[in-house]
Design a binder for this molecule. Structure first.
Ligand SMILES: NC(=O)c1ccc[n+]([C@@H]2O[C@H](COP(=O)([O-])OP(=O)(O)OC[C@H]3O[C@@H](n4cnc5c(N)ncnc54)[C@H](O)[C@@H]3O)[C@@H](O)[C@H]2O)c1
Ligand SMILES: O=C(O)C[C@H](O)C(=O)O
Length: 308
């Protein structure tokens, strides 16, 4: 399994590190436009191999896509992150051009790739990658829901005073401060609905804290997060590499599912060797349907800013 990660910045390097530590890929290529940067990150990471016990070969290249040839999975993390006070949508002006060029360059050398889009605004960048590459819909996957769900579980565990491993929950909808929708109704602690333990008010607080998870970290760090994003991507790459058929909420091109078409939005999907092997169309109640529809409206508005 050969994996290319474009963008050797905070998120890209974290992806490469977690993929290597999990030891399921033979090769990871890091590519960046900043001269020598990816080479440096790759060398530093390779010098952790004997310490962390992995055999994955990590190489770094500056802008040379021929080195990415034959990749099974490619991840796009190139682009600018937001600063405190900004929304993800404000990044579209710079990131759209980067994602368009990067996705077509990757396709040229890896025609069979499964592409994971991370750069923000992620749902719109995933849609753009579809338009730019024409790849089948199972082979373009946006990463957002896996991260948002991890943050939801963190907040749930905090509210419950429970270990995170005892908690399950999922976030669907657009990967934005207002668009994402933590499914509190379906969240559980060891199979017991969390509403058995938490008041409606506390659950609403969990929901709100989850939605601003990225913004909260951006305010603390001065730039956006990277550890949990990198771990979320590595989990998705592992599900593809190892054909696990696990369910992750991912941004995918919808074609009637959830009553939506011509939009990439976060919904549960089964990930395996073919990428998105199934979109899981779960039954939502009226309130959840309304949230998802409003979220889709927001993403469509951002998509309207794209130039093809
Ligand atoms: N979807 C998510 O859940 C999620 C999570 C975290 C970050 N992000 C997004 O990921 C992106 C990267 O964040 P970061 O913190 O790693 O930023 P960063 O600035 O640390 O790294 C970005 C890297 O991209 C490189 N780059 C820029 N243009 C390039 C190009 N054309 N080709 C190759 N490399 C290029 C830069 O040189 C830089 O090293 C941002 O858009 C951020 O908003 C998304
Ligand atoms: O918050 C951001 O801008 C980065 C990313 O989308 C995140 O959720 O961490």
């Amino acid at each position: 399994m050969k994996v290319t990660v474009v963008g050797a910045g905070a998120v890209g390097a974290s992806c490469a590190e977690y993929i290597a530590i999990k030891n399921f890929a033979s090769e990871v290529v890091l590519l960046d436009i900043k001269e020598g940067f990816a080479e440096g990150k790759a060398m530093d990471l390779m010098q952790t191999a004997s310490l962390n016990g992995f055999d994955t070969k990590i190489t770094g290249v500056t802008g040379d896509y021929s080195q990415t040839a034959g990749s099974d999975v490619c991840v796009i993390t190139s682009g600018i992150p937001r600063k405190p006070g900004m929304t993800r949508e404000e990044l579209i002006g710079i990131n759209a051009g980067i994602v368009k060029n990067v996705s077509t360059s990757l396709l040229e050398h890896s025609p069979n790739m499964i592409l994971i889009v991370v750069s923000n605004p992620m749902d719109t960048m995933t849609y753009l990658a579809h338009k730019a590459t024409g790849l089948p819909k199972n082979r373009i996957i946006g990463m957002g829901g896996a991260l948002d769900s991890a943050r939801f579980k963190y907040r749930l565990a905090e509210a419950l005073g429970a270990p995170i491993s005892d908690v399950d929950g999922m976030v669907i909808g657009g990967h934005s401060d207002t668009g994402m929708f933590p499914l509190t109704r379906l969240a559980t602690r060891n199979s017991v609905p969390v509403s058995e333990f938490l008041s409606e008010e506390r659950l609403n607080q969990v929901k709100e804290d989850t939605k601003v998870g990225g913004a909260t970290l951006t305010k603390l760090l001065g730039t956006s997060a990277w550890y949990a994003p990198g771990a979320a991507v590595s989990g998705m790459v592992q599900a593809i590499a190892c054909d696990t058929k696990k369910i992750f909420p991912c941004s995918t091109l919808l074609d009637g599912e959830y009553g939506l078409t011509d939009i990439c939005l976060g919904v549960p999907v089964v990930l395996g060797k073919d990428g998105i092997e199934k979109i899981v169309d779960i039954t939502l109640n009226e309130e959840e349907k309304a949230h998802l529809a409003a979220s889709a409206e927001g993403v469509k508005k951002t998509n309207g800013l794209l130039e093809f």
